[in-house]
Design a protein around this ligand. Structure first.
Ligand code: CU
Length: 293
């Protein structure tokens, strides 16, 4: 009898694994940008900003590794050359002006060398001069809402899917209403918050910006290839901070226009600006999520 139960258990596990992989394959048919198990580096870049962030990251990593090996070399040298056996009578030297100038000046030069491309990148990510459209993002405890001011100011909320609604989509990342944006367009992103500070962050797009109540922050994004991009709130904002993911779908311009026509009707009942609408109760069951942890 217990053998049958065991067999049933094994069958259940096998079915779960097969379902997991087949559903993952179904989702992976389009380019999905999200973290993967055992990933160590950054997610692949899909926007001009992220391409620059990745390249700066690689250059700085080379520099860091070179410095680490240099310091390690010095340590080994000191340990061998100046240990009690090799050097029984230590020197009483306390100051060396030239050496002190060098070990102050070289790090300053290194920091300056890193600062130049870094500050250039900050300005590059700051804003775009010729935006094709604007997307307004509003953070709430604990979901996001989006406004499309150039497409008739329609707006909608975007909340995390519960586990029984996933249908193969990734847990803790999939949302009910994805942000849809056109490819090959410079998109101005303006962000604010209704309650506390959140941060709208999508790794592959190289965007991570705080949404601050009473303040409008700006950045921009562009993707040249279609795909689905996942991100998460990246500012500790309360008990459900980990349960307000971001999903952005970049589509071709005609598909975007079709989606806008449909979305205008679908979301017509919701009035912008969202700040003035009554707060929506987050769909998540707080006690359930906190108990799960
Ligand atoms: Cu948040």
């Amino acid at each position: 009898m217990s053998r049958i139960i065991q067999l049933k258990k094994v069958a259940g596990i096998v079915t779960a694994i097969v379902t997991y992989f087949t559903s993952y394959a179904a989702v992976a048919a389009e380019t999905v940008h999200q973290a993967v198990p055992w990933q160590t580096g950054l997610q692949p870049a899909a926007s001009p900003t992220m391409e620059r962030i990745s390249s700066l990251y690689s250059s700085v990593t080379f520099l860091v590794v070179a410095i680490a090996f240099f310091v390690l070399g010095l340590l080994i040298y000191v340990v061998i050359k100046f240990n009690a056996k090799a050097n029984p009578i230590p020197s009483k030297t306390t100051h060396n002006t030239l050496l002190e100038v060098i070990w102050t000046a070289i790090p300053v030069i290194i920091v300056a060398v890193i600062a130049v491309p870094s500050i250039k990148l900050v300005y590059f990510a700051d804003r775009t001069v010729d935006a094709g459209m604007t997307l307004k993002i509003v953070g709430h405890q604990w979901y996001w809402s989006y406004v499309y001011p150039d497409q008739g100011e329609f707006t909608f909320d975007s909340s995390m899917l519960d586990e029984d609604e996933l249908e193969g989509k990734p847990r803790l990342l999939a949302v009910d209403n994805e942000v849809v944006l056109p490819i090959k367009t410079n998109i101005r992103l303006i962000m604010t918050s209704e309650d506390v500070i959140h941060a709208w962050s999508v790794p592959s797009l190289g965007v991570k910006l705080d949404t601050v109540p009473g303040r409008l922050n700006e950045t921009w994004v562009r993707a040249d290839k279609e795909g689905l991009f996942y991100g998460q709130c990246s500012e500790l904002c309360g008990v459900n901070h980990g349960f307000m993911p971001i999903a952005v779908r970049f589509v071709s311009k005609p598909t975007f226009d079709q989606w806008v026509a449909k979305a205008k009707i679908e979301f017509a009942a919701i009035k912008a600006p969202l700040i003035e609408t009554p707060r929506k109760i987050a769909r998540l069951n707080i006690s359930k999520n906190t108990l799960d942890q």
